[in-house]
Ligand binder design. Structure first.
Ligand code: ZN
Length: 160
């Protein structure tokens, strides 16, 4: 069975950046399952999965536009330290939930200078080219319920 719309595919993956650093991987967690055609995974990877079958191993490079998007400078803001009342030891790299015009978003502290704290609301992988090494481990037809929900149920997917 080849991967196409209305299929559930499971795969092992290693995600590296341009320098070859491993950013994420399925190792130790087991394969990730997704519903093909539902936008469960980044568009560039979903495109590359079309027509693949169990046992296929391949590498794919995904440009930011087909990954987590370009880095948007408008999502980088400088806020006063007083916005972090109750945080004792504010450090770059810390993540917070923040309210924005577009609803709650996750921001990461990227810089602290005196009273000025720079936060970045971009996805951590925005602007990055993603290098995936993929191994397809299972392909099956999606159930009617999975099609309705737009995601996979069971191993590697949602449990609810
Ligand atoms: Zn569901």
């Amino acid at each position: 069975m080849q991967i196409a719309d209305r299929c559930v595919a499971s795969f092992n993956y290693t995600l590296t950046n341009d320098s070859g650093e491993v950013l994420d991987s399925s190792s130790g967690r087991g394969p990730l399952a997704y519903l093909h055609g539902a936008g469960n995974i980044v568009p560039g990877l979903e495109k590359a999965m079309v027509g693949k079958q169990v046992g296929d191993k391949f590498n794919v490079d995904v440009k930011p536009e087909e990954g987590y998007g370009a880095h948007n400078p408008a999502l980088v803001q400088v806020v006063p330290r007083s916005a972090f009342r109750g945080v004792d030891d504010l450090q770059p790299g810390m993540q917070f939930r923040a309210d924005s015009d577009r609803g709650p978003m996750s921001v990461v502290v990227t810089d602290i200078e005196g009273d000025k704290v720079t936060v970045d609301g971009n996805h951590p992988l925005a602007g990055a080219t993603l290098h995936f090494a993929i191994e397809v481990t299972e392909v099956r037809a999606a159930s009617a319920e999975e099609m309705t929900h737009g995601h996979v149920h069971g191993p590697g997917g949602h449990h609810h």
